[in-house]
Design a protein around this ligand. Structure first.
Ligand SMILES: [Zn+2]
Length: 165
């Protein structure tokens, strides 16, 4: 490897944040789908930031294609990533003490094969998403329930739904 040259650095944005540690209200498990993250995306009224503002939460995002899909996967190919995700959740609980683990999925998710993956049948899609939320709630409550409560949410083009069992 070549010797590292002196780095050229310029500040491209200025702001003033007090860099002290703080705990968050929620750790959210979210899909990486850019529609939920970008101001110019198709559904700017349904972004993650609007959601947490409406909840009044500070938060940390834990992102994965499909949101919670990985956490309930029984596919042996997912085992390593799934274990890593559990470690990331554990770390977040240790570091930032969220009181809530927000488990999320969204409709028309690439991780689930988009709406096509359910033959454009909202009933089939809902059955899978509700089922995965139910499984994720049970798995995470078993692992972390003594330290944080779970809340379940579904995002779509019209907003966010809370699901409870
Ligand atoms: Zn997605």
């Amino acid at each position: 490897m070549a010797e590292m040259p002196a780095p050229k650095v310029k500040r491209v944005l200025e702001f003033h944040i007090e860099m002290k540690h703080f705990d968050v209200d929620a750790a959210l498990i979210l899909c990486i789908d850019p529609r939920w993250w970008n101001p110019r995306a198709a559904n700017p009224s349904a972004t993650i930031v609007e959601f947490v503002k409406a909840k009044g939460w500070s938060f940390v995002p834990l992102t994965e294609a499909g949101g919670i899909k990985l956490l309930v996967s029984g596919d042996p190919k997912d085992a390593v990533l799934k274990q890593a995700m559990f470690q990331r959740i554990e770390q977040e609980i240790e570091l930032h003490h969220p009181k809530v683990l927000g488990l999320t999925v969204h409709r028309d998710c690439g991780g689930y094969g988009y709406a096509e993956g359910f033959d454009h049948d909202p009933g089939k899609e809902n059955a899978r998403l509700y089922g995965d939320l139910w499984k994720a709630k049970n798995v995470l409550e078993e692992k972390f329930g003594a330290r944080a409560r779970t809340e379940l949410y579904i995002f779509d083009g019209k907003g966010v739904e809370e699901v409870s069992f």
